[in-house]
Ligand binder design. Structure first.
Ligand SMILES: Cc1cc2nc3c(=O)[nH]c(=O)nc-3n(C[C@H](O)[C@H](O)[C@H](O)COP(=O)(O)OP(=O)(O)OC[C@H]3O[C@@H](n4cnc5c(N)ncnc54)[C@H](O)[C@@H]3O)c2cc1C
Length: 475
């Protein structure tokens, strides 16, 4: 899991945010990292300067890594103990000649490349002055006020490209949902079928291919883990559950859930996140299905929320809305629009509640969605007639299809095409998402390009390339 470095490996402790890597996991972990940038500290556990430097590195790592990170998803901060025998060859590969020794660059480059001081055009660069936390941060240009402001500003909710980032949140929500289901031992004989039906939809229509694959594997093994004739209150069933918990929560790959949200990140720790990710997942499913699946998908979504969404009020209200549907759905369009209008009903109710109680996220107030800025053509007129907005439902549906369909998965697709062109070799369809290596990284680059924080980092990156200084030895 993503917490690999926390409390594990050489030099790890409970509080560590920097990820401890070694020769065995270095390549695979960096390849699968969704962050567009990585910093790797090569150190030796016996080196006193490294011990003194550790709190500085850790301070910066906490900003970028872990559940409480202020800037998640931008830079992976990792470390390798070169004094450990298994890592000698790895450290040689990067020409480590003093400690601590810091390199940074795109994670994929680390996983595959060698590095030495003479390599002028390498995308991996030496950080030649990161001696204190402040200086290390300076080297990322984070004291640049422009960057600070950009990263702190609420995301521009009228920018349709923001949804590109949500592919990670859909993966996160899927894995998180499963973690909750397993953690709370929620699978019971009476709701087991409902989970199977929901997983079947994920296998066919989840926007992330590795979640589709993970869901399929879960289904293949479902009967072994949760035999239909066993009651989960029996000792045997609990034993079965204990054996499968961790492995089975890897429905979207080992590194998910990552512990942070991108599109669904609130301005406060307790807002948005999982419930936002769940909505996005449901909307993305509703635009993927075929007309013939619309009624069964509706039933599966309703049952899944009813049985497995652990927010009591939410599932109750949602189920009431599901129960009020009397005519079966005949098309994907009908289902997408129903989900959209149901979500808007929830928004409307919460808008008032959050205003009265002050419990909402001030940067993401509830609105009737999509706003006029996001989709002007969705409105026939902005006037409210009979207490309702005059929506153009054809335009709304078209917008939903683009937003939750093609735009949401666009970074995956771009990366796939890029990798084909770049590597000039045949890449099987499988590698698109089943290979946890190439796609999340590339997708993250797509995401990063769409994200404003990336601008400052990219500027810094270019500046660094122009102004490469003489490296310094810190010992
Ligand atoms: C099934 C369900 C029922 C819920 N019921 C309750 C409840 O009863 N009480 C409660 O307090 N909380 C409830 N929640 C949580 C609540 O709806 C929000 O998810 C939460 O408050 C976080 O809000 P958010 O600002 O992240 O936006 P969310 O409402 O989570 O929406 C996520 C994203 O979806 C997009 N979006 C917004 N509206 C629509 C729409 N109409 N159609 C398509 N896309 C849209 C926007 O881009 C938005 O950022 C429920 C959540 C779910 C999944």
């Amino acid at each position: 899991l993503r917490s690999l470095g926390v409390g594990e490996g050489a030099g790890g402790s409970e509080a560590d945010a920097a990820v401890d890597l070694n020769a065995t996991n270095f390549g695979a972990f960096l390849k699968a990292s969704p962050e567009p940038w990585a910093v790797v500290e090569f150190f030796a556990h016996w080196c006193p300067a490294c011990r003194n430097y550790k709190p500085h590195y850790e301070k910066v790592a906490k900003l970028f890594n872990g559940r409480d990170a202020a800037h998640p998803g931008i830079i992976l901060m990792a470390r390798v103990d070169c004094a450990s025998k298994v890592n000698i060859e790895l450290c040689n590969r990067f020409s480590v000649d003093h400690y601590p020794f810091l390199l940074w660059g795109p994670p994929t480059k680390f996983s595959s490349a060698k590095w030495d001081h003479k390599q002028e055009n390498s995308e991996i660069k030496l950080i030649d002055d990161g001696r204190t936390a402040e200086r290390l941060l300076n080297s990322f240009s984070l004291e640049d006020k422009r960057y600070e402001n950009e990263s702190m500003l609420p995301k521009n909710s009228s920018d349709p490209q923001q949804i590109v980032q949500a592919i990670y949140d859909v993966e996160e929500a899927t894995a998180h949902a499963l973690e909750i289901i397993l953690g709370h031992k929620m699978i019971k004989p009476e709701n087991r079928d409902s989970l199977i039906r929901f997983l079947q939809i994920l296998v066919a229509h989840h926007p992330s291919k590795r979640c589709r694959r993970g869901s399929a594997e879960l289904l293949i093994n479902f009967d072994d883990h949760w035999p239909s004739n066993l009651s989960l209150s029996s000792q045997e069933s609990y034993k079965l559950l204990e054996n499968v918990t961790e492995e089975n929560s890897w429905v979207c790959g080992k590194e998910v859930p990552r512990g942070y949200w991108m599109f669904c990140r609130g301005s406060k720790k307790e807002t948005r996140g999982f419930s936002c990710g769940l909505w996005v997942l449901m909307h993305s499913l509703s635009v993927q299905i075929g007309d013939g699946e619309s009624q069964s998908t509706f039933t599966s979504i309703c049952d899944f929320i009813h049985n497995f969404f652990i927010c009591e009020e939410c599932r109750k209200h949602f189920y009431e809305m599901c129960s009020s549907v009397s005519v079966p759905f005949k098309s994907a369009r009908e289902l997408s629009l129903w989900l959209w209008s149901t979500h808007n009903k929830v928004n409307e109710r919460l808008k008032k509640e959050e205003k009265d109680l002050g419990t909402g996220d001030p940067s993401f107030p509830k609105v009737l969605w999509p706003t006029n800025q996001l989709c002007p053509s969705c409105y026939r007129s902005s006037k409210i007639s009979d207490g309702a907005l005059d929506w153009n439902e054809d335009e709304v549906y078209q917008f939903l299809v683009n937003y939750y369909g093609s735009t949401l998965v666009s970074s995956y697709k771009e990366t796939y095409m890029e990798s084909l062109l770049h590597e000039k070799k045949t890449v099987s369809e499988d590698s698109l998402t089943s290979n946890t290596a190439s796609v999340p990284i590339g997708a993250a680059l797509g995401v990063a390009i769409a994200s404003c924080t990336f601008g400052a980092l990219a500027c810094f990156w270019r500046a660094q390339q122009k102004n490469r200084k003489q490296r310094k030895n810190w010992n």
